[in-house]
Design a protein around this ligand. Structure first.
Ligand code: ZN
Length: 414
């Protein structure tokens, strides 16, 4: 049994018993009525101490089980999710006048993106619910992750992706055995269509934000950061933002550990969007409490979102953490892919490198303060979007006949 007490609507504050509600508050609707998962924090505090966490041998995100929404641990699928590496990036820190810089590589998850954290929770909730079939809309990563878990659980899976979803992500979906519905339209249209279809045919829906448990999975990235940095949280955490679910989920993770006394400082959360897909930046700068919809254009497909589904929680998280949302150009994103690869050895897809582009911009503006510490989340692996990462490549291979003379000649021309 979990320590969940209730689900709480973030707009009207109405509380629901766990099990009473699967998605959003009926009074506030799917966009405004997203729900927060609350726990009996006194009970959780007894179960999670620095000492007993350190003694755990389970090096996946399940090491934080007492603060996760799982009623039936026997439904957990055997893929190793989480406990992804945090790398120090000392030279980049020096170059950007930072006290410390860390990079957490979540491309190292089973389906090569952070979304596995959420899918691993959602599959348990789907099975607890007795779902006969499941669905999701996604720009690609959430769906390919979900399909891995639903395949293991043996559930028929219906996936709605925009027509322009990268080929590698669609390949993952098909290989995991999902039925893939390519929507001739945007991600936002695919999302709405998936919700309608899930309701009509009774499929359990893993689409982001509306399902309150997804953020609980994503928060485990923050829990790991606390432990991996020996309970010294960085001043800033940089996260790329599309729907805002990872951003708000990670903030919830830091808040949860702060609340039970495992950390004594909260980071400022900096959400980084692509400038052609920046509704949260626009809302933030206008001081609005919700976003104006737009049609997104960016090389970073994972964050090409015109209607951020987790906008209410995301805007609250920016305010609470004294963080903000900033935008970077596609050119800066492509440069960040190259910097991450060459300076940190981490291959990121465009959205995965967007957070680093944001850090670089703020560091160059001198707006982080002297000696600040920062952590950058890399949310997805570079091989997820070959066409996208190839845009960051400036040089060509040297093609030669198989002779040493040809190699010598080829090298002399570079
Ligand atoms: Zn409500």
């Amino acid at each position: 049994m979990s320590f969940i007490t209730d689900l709480e609507c973030v707009s009207c504050g109405r509380r629901f018993f766990p099990g009473e509600l699967d998605y959003t508050c009926p009074d506030c609707g799917p966009l405004l009525g997203t729900c927060k998962v609350n726990y009996d924090y006194d009970a959780v505090q007894q179960k999670l101490t620095r000492a007993n966490i350190a003694a755990r041998r389970n090096y996946t995100h399940w090491r934080y089980m007492p603060i996760l929404p799982i009623e039936r641990p026997d439904y957990i699928q055997p893929l190793a999710v989480g406990w992804t590496p945090v790398y120090p990036a000392k030279k980049l820190a020096e170059e950007w006048d930072l006290g410390a810089l860390w990079i957490k590589d979540d491309g190292r998850n089973p389906s090569a993106s952070l979304k596995d954290r959420a899918s691993s929770i959602a599959i348990v909730k789907a099975l607890e619910k007795g779902a006969g079939a499941v669905a999701a809309a996604s720009t690609g990563n959430a769906a390919s992750s979900w399909s891995a878990f639903t395949a293991l659980a043996g559930l028929p899976t219906y996936i709605f992706v925009p027509e322009n979803a990268p080929r590698a992500k669609v390949a993952q979906l098909l290989l995991y055995g999902a039925t893939v519905i390519k929507v001739k339209g945007t991600y936002d249209q695919a999302f709405d269509l998936c919700c309608q279809a899930a309701e009509k045919w009774g499929w359990y829906n893993r689409s982001t934000a509306i399902n309150p448990y997804l953020g609980e999975g994503k928060k485990t990235a923050a829990l790991e950061i606390c432990e991996q940095l020996k309970w010294n949280t960085p001043d800033y955490v940089f996260v790329s933002v599309g729907d805002g679910c990872i951003y708000q989920g990670m903030w919830k993770g830091f808040r949860d550990f702060y609340r039970i006394g495992l950390i004594d400082k909260l980071p400022k959360m900096i959400g980084v969007q692509a400038s052609g897909s920046a509704p949260l930046v626009q809302a933030w700068e206008a001081g609005a409490d919700r976003c104006e919809p737009l049609v997104p254009h960016t090389v970073a497909d994972s964050i090409a979102v015109g209607v951020p589904r987790d906008q209410i929680k995301a805007l609250k998280a920016a305010k609470e953490s004294e963080g903000k949302f900033i935008a970077v150009s596609d050119e800066e994103i492509l440069e960040a892919i190259s910097i991450l690869a060459r300076r940190a050895g981490v291959l990121a897809e465009p959205a995965g490198a967007t957070a680093l582009a944001g850090l670089r911009r703020m560091a160059n503006q001198g707006s982080l303060g002297a000696n600040a510490s920062a952590l950058v989340m890399v949310t997805g692996h570079g091989l997820k979007d070959i066409d996208g990462v190839l845009k960051a490549v400036e040089q060509e291979p040297i093609t030669v006949l198989p002779s040493l003379e040809a190699v010598e000649e080829g090298l002399s021309e570079t």
